[in-house]
Design a protein around this ligand. Structure first.
Ligand code: FES
Ligand SMILES: [Fe+2]
Length: 421
């Protein structure tokens, strides 16, 4: 990071990141979910304890509009909505889709890890065949957490409590060591996994339907002419739909980020309800850090369902950011960010660093809004706002059918109010 303030819990969000200079092994421990979750449980950024710190952190904030000084410190206000009996974000907390379970390099053959995501406990392990398997965390026998002391045997997992053996692919029980009969009800829920783009992704569907779409391979994540520059994960108080909606919110690019947007296009890839969306933004900004020679930057982005977004930036800096969005619970979201840059001579390292710094500041501006805003089902929109209504209609497909009414309500009515002057 450069001279700018390092984001911290005190200014409203908690990032963790590491430089990735080819030495992933040395930093692997920083990305283990177990330790991070334990730490987060002790100091959750959305907790009331965190709010006390936030209240104390009312540092003066520079205006970021009108060419003033850029963001200095996230002014973290207590969300008034939190005091209201009405839910701040009345959306189903876990949309159906592919989600990041962990980074691929966080799980070696024979490793077992607990995951506290999607408001549930999971266990992930890598079998001797190299495949990662994901199951419900609690053993159906007497409820031990399979990740706390469980052992991999072949491609199965042995519970630490009474040593029942579970098949993480099918969910069936393979062995009860002290009984000749395996109870017919001895089954656990497993989740399809897919390892690509540096992640172990898993498919979650509220009604246990099989995957209905795929995520593309992102070539840059395995291209030797690119390198993983940094990874960072944040935990914020928000919801995936709110974070995604940001990209169709054309007006905020100027008001919040000081970007002069020339054009924005947003469309599902294929049918209007296709789960992948392509976004294209042309903008001009005055930052030296990112603008090309003509001051322009192009952003091309794909959203693969609710859990993964890939953004390619061109301009001064050519890079690809692979962003994961994983619900942790109600109004708790993990936003992960892996940034790949073209390999280049070491002289440009400073430029990459300065761009990253700038890019992180842009995120901090959004986090400050998302952590505190309320989701409005019926916002008052003006001409010049983005196509929020179409976006919400598209996103609705990921909500569980049992929440269809809520999602329908959440998706509209959105009215655009044109000002007549
Ligand atoms: S609780 Fe898992 S085997 Fe008994
Ligand atoms: Fe934004």
């Amino acid at each position: 990071m450069g001279a700018r303030e390092t984001p911290s819990l005190e200014n409203g969000y908690e990032p963790r990141f590491e430089a990735m200079c080819g030495a992933l092994d040395s930093v692997r421990e920083h990305f283990l979910y177990s330790t991070e979750q334990e730490r987060a449980a002790a100091h959750p950024p959305w907790s009331s304890a965190a709010s006390a710190a936030e209240e104390a952190a009312h540092a003066p904030r520079a205006q970021n509009a009108g060419g003033g000084q850029r963001y200095k410190s996230a002014h973290f206000e207590s969300p008034s909505a939190a005091r209201s009996p009405m839910k701040r974000i009345p959306l189903p907390p876990v949309p159906n889709g592919w989600y990041k379970a962990l980074y691929s390099d966080a799980l070696e053959v024979g490793d077992v890890k607990p995951l506290s995501i999607l408001d549930q406990e999971f266990v992930a392990y890598r079998g001797e065949d190299g495949q990662v398997r994901l199951m419900d965390g609690y053993c159906p026998h007497l409820g031990a957490h399979l990740a706390h002391g469980g052992k991999v045997k072949g491609n199965a997992l042995i519970c630490p409590f009474h040593n029942w053996t579970w098949d993480g692919s099918t969910g069936s029980c393979l062995d009860v060591p002290y009984s000749e009969q395996i109870p017919p009800r001895a089954r656990t829920r497993t989740y399809p996994t897919r390892e690509q783009n540096g992640y172990v992704m898993f498919w979650f569907h509220s009604e246990q339907a099989p995957p209905t779409f795929d995520i593309d391979v992102i070539p840059e994540t395995a291209d030797p002419s690119y390198r993983l520059y940094k990874r960072v994960d944040w935990q914020i108080r928000s919801h995936i739909q709110e974070v995604y909606e940001n990209v169709v919110d054309v007006a905020h690019f100027r008001s919040l980020h000081q970007m002069d947007v020339q054009s924005v296009s947003w469309e599902p890839v294929g049918a209007s309800d296709a789960p992948t969306v392509k976004l294209h933004i042309n903008l001009v900004r005055e930052s030296e850090e990112q603008s090309g020679a003509d001051g322009g930057t192009e952003i091309e982005s794909y959203m693969y369902g609710p859990g993964l977004q890939v953004t390619r930036l061109s301009g001064k800096m050519k890079g690809v950011s692979v962003n994961s969005l994983t619900p942790l619970g109600d109004e708790k979201l993990e936003v992960g960010h892996a940034y790949y840059v073209e390999r280049s001579d070491p002289a440009s390292e400073k430029e990459v660093e300065s761009f990253w710094d700038y890019y992180m500041d842009d995120h901090a501006l959004d986090f400050n809004i998302w952590n505190n805003k309320r989701y409005l089902e019926n916002p008052v929109l003006a001409k010049g706002d983005g196509d929020v209504a179409s976006f919400r209609r598209w996103f609705k497909q990921f909500y569980p059918a049992s929440n269809a009414t809520t999602a329908e309500h959440a998706a509209g009515p959105v009215k655009e109010h044109h000002r007549h002057e």
